[in-house]
Design a protein around this ligand. Structure first.
Ligand code: GLN
Length: 486
């Protein structure tokens, strides 16, 4: 069911909002003890908001677009009065006194916030295994990871625990879990969506974006959260087009470029390669012109990112000092001892690794060799994309080199874990919008993600191509069999 179907059912009285919300809560109660996609379930408030909406419907009031639709929110987005932990012990007792701009906009559009989703601690990871509150499992196969860092947001949509969700994408954390969980996930252009109230990881890369079962629902959420925000000076004041209007337009004559560097990579699984190349042929059948383009520095993205992102993280995470908010170690006497111990006990090992790398890369003797050099390479990566977009409208690549890997498989091997973001990171470094959507399955029946990358602020075209592909490919009709608790 799409949001439009739900709206229709609510309007006709076929189902009440309370019934819709109760059905999701029952499903969470049944399945989430296994999956662990939610850190907080906002059941009471969700039900009382649903009753409120039912009253409005009964009185014939016209309601905003997302009215009555249960959505889940990644636990790094501040929600007023609702615990927001970033899946970290250091924020385990943090209840924000304010609402993030994106959640404020969703609530204003009538959405029901059903809960806060599990994630890698401070959004650092690719498997939702670095959460301080236990791993999330992949609903397609519970021995596999759901991807990360927004694994809870992706898996909750895949398992039907909500109709859509928000995640954040710094290096692939929306697209990679979307690919692993067989749902649609989109990272908007840097500056399209407000970061106000998003707990910062790497501020020049972070973007909030939607997950849903299909492209049209993703477009609906994006429509609501996009646009200038006075509270975030990096949001850009250009009009937000009507994304829904162009979804059904033909892509005949559209130029789509296959990023050839992606397909040369030795770590690319054969099933993934074949499925993504097959998707390109399908787009060609729909009238698009497929060409090969080269982004020579695409594969340098990962090295560049793992200097820039930890550097920014080390600065952003300096605020968790045991004084201002969050966890405090009580058994030390001096300020320095208290701060050190609070950070030592409050942060997990991946977060500490990033703080150490970042502090090192920014230190006086190394800042030119590492941080500044990485910024220069970042500019060159953006230049490659600019050149590519002189020739094509949209770029095409796999989302991740493999399908979902096994739980525990990469957790002690940071390099292997980092490599799963190889194909998503370049879009973040260049600030470009990108979407992942299901395009097939591997031999084990695990979903494969197709990634489309657009030019800056060209979300409309990206959604159009994605929607045309989705309708033709019909991959979304396969859903995971969530009978694993039986
Ligand atoms: N997996 C990447 C990292 O650990 C990306 C995370 C993200 O996009 N938040 O940094």
């Amino acid at each position: 069911m799409t949001f439009a179907d739900l709206r229709q059912k609510l309007k006709s009285g076929e189902v009440s909002c309370k019934e819709i919300v109760q059905e999701k809560i029952n499903r969470i109660n049944k399945l989430d003890t296994t999956l662990n996609t939610f850190l907080t379930v906002n059941a009471d408030q969700a039900l009382s908001n649903a009753e409120h909406i039912d009253k409005k419907i009964a009185s014939g009031e016209s309601l905003p677009t997302l009215s009555g639709i249960p959505l889940a929110i990644k636990d790094n987005l501040c929600t007023k009065g609702i615990k927001t932990t970033c899946a970290s012990k250091i924020l385990s007792n943090f209840v924000p006194p304010y609402e993030s701009t994106v959640t404020k906009r969703l609530l204003k559009a009538g959405a029901i916030m059903i809960g806060k989703t599990n994630m890698d601690e401070f959004a650092m990871g690719s498997s939702t295994e670095t959460s301080a509150f236990g791993s999330t499992l992949n609903p397609w196969n519970i021995s596999k990871v759901p991807g990360g860092s927004s694994g809870g947001s992706a898996a909750s949509v895949a398992a039907g625990l909500c109709y859509g969700s928000l995640g954040s994408d710094t290096g692939g954390s929306i697209r990679q879990p979307a690919a692993f969980c067989g749902v649609v996930g989109m990272k908007p252009t840097y500056g399209r969506v407000s970061r106000w109230g998003l707990i910062a990881f790497a501020s020049s890369l972070d973007q909030v974006g939607p997950f849903a079962n299909n492209v049209v629902d993703v477009a609906e959420i994006l429509q609501v959260i996009s646009g200038k925000d006075e509270l975030d000076s990096t949001t850009v004041d250009i009009p937000v087009p009507n994304y829904l209007e162009t979804l059904s337009k033909s892509i005949k004559g559209m130029k789509i470029g296959l990023i050839d560097n992606c397909f040369e990579h030795e770590g690319l699984a054969t099933d993934v390669k074949e499925s993504v190349l097959g998707s390109a042929s399908l787009l060609e059948n729909l009238g698009a012109e497929i060409t090969n383009v080269s982004c020579p520095r695409f594969n340098d993205g990962i090295a560049t990112y793992y200097v820039i992102a930890p550097s920014e993280a080390s600065a952003n995470l300096a605020r968790y000092d045991g004084v201002k908010y969050g966890f405090r170690s009580e058994d030390e006497q001096s300020l320095i001892e208290m701060t050190s111990k609070s950070r030592a006990l409050g942060f997990g090992s991946e977060v500490k690794r990033r703080i150490l790398i970042g502090t090192y890369a920014l230190s006086a003797g190394y800042v030119d060799a590492y941080y500044k050099k990485a910024q220069q390479v970042r500019t060159l990566i953006r230049k490659d994309f600019d050149d590519a977009f002189k020739k094509v409208d949209i770029l095409l690549a796999p989302t991740a080199p493999t399908t979902a890997f096994g739980s525990g498989e990469n957790i002690d091997n940071p390099m292997a874990m980092y490599l799963s973001d190889l194909l998503t990171i370049p879009a973040n470094l260049a600030g470009l919008p990108a979407i992942s959507l299901p395009c097939g399955f591997d031999k084990l029946g695990l979903p494969i993600g197709l990634q489309l990358i657009g030019n800056v602020f060209d979300e409309a075209k990206l959604l159009q191509v994605a929607s045309q592909f989705e309708v033709a490919a019909e991959v979304y009709k396969n859903r995971p069999k969530t009978d694993f608790t039986l």
